[in-house]
Design a protein around this ligand. Structure first.
Ligand code: COI
Length: 358
């Protein structure tokens, strides 16, 4: 295992937190993990109190966008073990994003040992309340202080934690987007790159003014095929087939998306990953065969969609009868928090470690 230095806070901030009312993403655990990349190697891995970083105004990621991230969650099992959900898939995706953004790969043992050490230190921050979890945000940024456009020669990889409840606390109202574009073939749509989220904010703000939480992106060429939502992947149950857009390099290869596909197939449901036409979705909404629609993501988990707006018409879905979404969400939750068997080998138990400051 990698050897990291550890500098612990004198006093935890945990007593200040109301775990019954946690706003998403605003409460941060006591510590963070940082490791730097310089001269072609990862070095100086360390745990330190969560807090501000000191940054040069010329920091390359702030100008040219070499910034990628992941989203993961940790849970406590009924016997108090720390559980992670498919962490190696997050590590692989981080490195796929890094490749595309011309950033260095992070070795698996650095990712996992930094994460597991931090989880051991801040394990009390994993909420126990149903529907809550510890959101984990690993990210990598280019840290050269240099004004020219070139890949940074220095990087930092950082992990911090937020105890969270739900990301969306209501059913979703979404609008199909036909003007703005999130990603085109050959672009960076499959990378979990900060800029993809920046690009979605202005179009999302336009639909939010009209009472929708998110937009549903369509393809960049014809606006004919469904891609994904601003913060998550998209599924629709039409008749008895669960349909989701296929991975073609423009959408995120969501880990919750993949888990929903595998779980639904395992339960005997028919699942199709395909080029999913907006026209098929709207026709199904009109003729009543659109039974359910939902968003999937680490933060969103599985969020039911109650309204899909298209060209000025709202198509409503009876979320109270969204039994498939409900069942998949409950089963996934139960696997993640150790309340049920994990036939897929997705859950990773974090080994307890004795931690000393040095
Ligand atoms: C996640 O679901 O983990 C994401 O990274 C999406 C973000 C909107 C929170």
């Amino acid at each position: 295992m990698a050897n990291f230095s550890i500098n612990l806070r004198k006093e935890s901030k945990i007593s200040e937190v109301d775990f019954d009312n946690i706003p998403f993403g605003r409460v941060f655990a006591d510590h963070m993990f940082i490791i730097d990349y310089e001269d072609g190697e990862w070095k100086n891995g360390r745990i330190q109190p969560y807090g501000d970083l000191s940054l040069s105004p010329a920091l390359s990621c702030m100008h040219y966008g070499q910034a990628i991230f992941e989203g993961m969650k940790a849970y406590k099992s009924p016997s108090n073990e720390i559980l992670l959900f498919r962490p190696l898939d997050n590590h692989k995706r981080l490195n796929r994003s890094a490749d595309r953004m011309c950033m260095p790969s992070l070795p698996e043992d650095v990712f996992m040992s930094g994460l597991e050490l931090l989880l051991n230190i801040d394990s009390d921050w994993i909420p126990q309340k149903e529907g809550s979890s510890l959101y984990i945000r690993p990210f990598m940024i280019g840290t050269d202080d240099y004004l020219g456009v070139k890949p940074s020669s220095k990087y930092s990889f950082i992990i911090y934690f937020c105890p969270v409840g739900s990301y969306y606390n209501q059913h979703l109202r979404i609008q199909i987007e036909e003007k703005y574009v999130r990603a085109a073939a050959g672009g960076v749509g499959y990378a979990k790159a900060a800029g993809n989220y920046a690009a979605s904010m202005y179009p999302a703000s336009l639909v939010q003014k009209h009472g929708y939480q998110q937009l549903l992106w369509t393809d960049a060429i014809e606006h004919k095929y469904i891609e994904e939502l601003g913060t998550s992947n998209f599924f629709a149950l039409i008749g008895d087939t669960l349909i989701t857009p296929q991975l073609e390099g423009t959408i995120l290869d969501g880990i919750t998306r993949d888990s929903v596909i595998k779980l639904a197939k395992h339960l005997g449901h028919r699942v199709e990953e395909k080029r999913f036409e907006v026209a098929e979705l709207i026709e199904a909404a009109k003729n009543g065969s659109l039974k359910e629609a939902f968003a999937t993501g680490t933060a969103a988990t599985l969020a039911k969609i109650e309204t899909i707006a298209f060209r000025g018409t709202d198509y409503n879905i009876d979320v109270e009868s969204s039994v498939l979404a409900e069942d998949l969400a409950n089963r996934l939750d139960a696997i993640k928090n150790g309340h049920s068997e994990d036939p897929f080998g997705w859950v990773h138990k974090v080994e307890p470690q004795a931690v000393h400051s040095y």
